[in-house]
Write a protein that binds this ligand. Structure first.
Ligand code: SF4
Ligand code: SF4
Length: 376
């Protein structure tokens, strides 16, 4: 039953993700992704982290529901619940239900410590779409207790009971034993989870250069991690420079396409740039979205905040599709876009003078619009 539920969810989740991308392509006047914090308190104390305390109370449910309503009214397509540790919030499932009820994708970032089979089932019932757990090392140490040894049983429970997608993020740069990241990623793949690679940042969201050994391990990791279109594009566009401590030239769309809503309900660019713009969510308007879309962020070149990179890549593609595909999959990188993307690019990004392609594209576009009309 769990396997059927997971397959069913995977199919509908892919469709809803495709819808997020389609909406992002159609218009830039809504946030693609917002991160909300229902609980700044954490049950761990990772020494590199600046996003937690050990005293704060959960944000009241009514307040969280109002924030979700506001985000939905702004047209937000994906809402990620983070913390602190969000599983400490006593009404987390109600928050997830509300995100789904308002039509957004609901994802969660957790350290996984509080997962049990019953809690996983209640996250299934609430409609969670995706859970991300970052694992820093194999054995707990003084820097981090987010360790495979402690979490492995939780991962097995997730493999057995979760209907939602699970992503294991191996973080480079947190452990004195960088080779641990390989062990973590291999275990994630063994349990058939999605796996990604994160690069540790300082408390301004900026790059902390990786050592030579870490760079080598990163290359190994990239062979194990999920090999999707998005992960290759992301690697070529951002990570290949970051692991060499080189700047990226990109437009950060934080404050517009990505919002970070802190526990006090203020909108910030991201968790590392609090106070900018620092406006209450209930006052945040499409004017603010428009203004921040264009605001240049001086922290952009060495930024390692991958979710903001990925959101901004969609706008880069929307504005300059052909050039973007070339920079996502440069010649000689050994990565080529999947056949379906090549076919779509051939059809929908034809050279001006190609009349036959233009005609096929127009016919397909008309057929798609006609079928959308039929579906209401
Ligand atoms: S578990 Fe996450 S929120 Fe908690 S201290 Fe560690 S990194 Fe920070
Ligand atoms: S570039 Fe954007 S996402 Fe990165 S630290 Fe600056 S404001 Fe945050």
């Amino acid at each position: 039953m769990v396997r059927i539920g997971r397959q069913l969810h995977a199919a509908t989740f892919k469709l809803r993700q495709a819808r997020v991308v389609a909406r992002a392509m159609k218009s830039r006047y809504h946030p693609i992704l917002a991160q909300i914090v229902p609980m700044r308190r954490c049950n761990l104390t990772c020494s590199y982290c600046s996003e937690f305390d050990d005293t704060s109370k959960p944000v009241p449910l009514e307040t969280m529901l109002r924030r979700i309503d506001r985000l939905a009214d702004l047209g937000t397509t994906v809402i990620t619940i983070s913390g602190g540790e969000p599983l400490l919030h006593p009404q987390l499932e109600r928050i997830i239900r509300e995100i789904r009820r308002r039509g957004s994708i609901a994802t969660l970032i957790s350290n996984g410590y509080l997962l049990t089979p019953a809690r996983i089932q209640s996250l299934n019932d609430a409609g969670l779409d995706q859970l991300q757990i970052s694992i820093d090392n194999v054995q707990p140490d003084s820097v981090s207790k987010k360790s495979l040894k402690v979490l492995d049983k939780k991962l097995e429970w997730l493999a057995d009971y979760a209907a939602f997608e699970v992503n294991i993020n191996s973080v480079m740069g947190t452990s004195a034993r960088p080779e641990d990241a390989l062990v973590v990623a291999r275990r994630g793949r063994e349990l058939r989870f999605e796996t990604t690679i994160g690069i540790v940042h300082d408390n301004q969201g900026q790059l902390r250069p990786l050592s030579e050994l870490e760079c080598r391990i990163y290359q190994e990791l990239s062979k194990i991690a999920s090999r999707s279109f998005a992960s290759f594009a992301y690697y070529n566009q951002f990570q290949k420079n970051l692991i060499l401590a080189k700047p990226n030239h990109w437009s950060c769309r934080a404050g517009s396409r990505y919002l970070y809503i802190c526990e006090y309900g203020l909108v910030h660019y991201c968790s590392q740039q609090r106070g900018h713009p620092g406006i209450p969510l209930e006052q945040y308007s499409t004017k603010n979205l428009e203004h921040e879309y264009r605001t240049e962020k001086s922290c952009a070149p060495l930024c390692t905040i991958s979710c903001v990179h990925q959101v901004s890549m969609l706008d880069q593609f929307r504005e300059k599709p052909r050039e973007s595909l070339q920079s996502f999959f440069p010649r000689g990188s050994g990565h080529v876009p999947p056949a379906v993307v090549r076919a779509l690019a051939w059809l929908f990004l034809p050279p001006e003078e190609s009349t036959p392609r233009k005609l096929i594209t127009q016919a397909l576009t008309r057929a798609a619009l006609w079928s959308m009309k039929l579906q209401g």
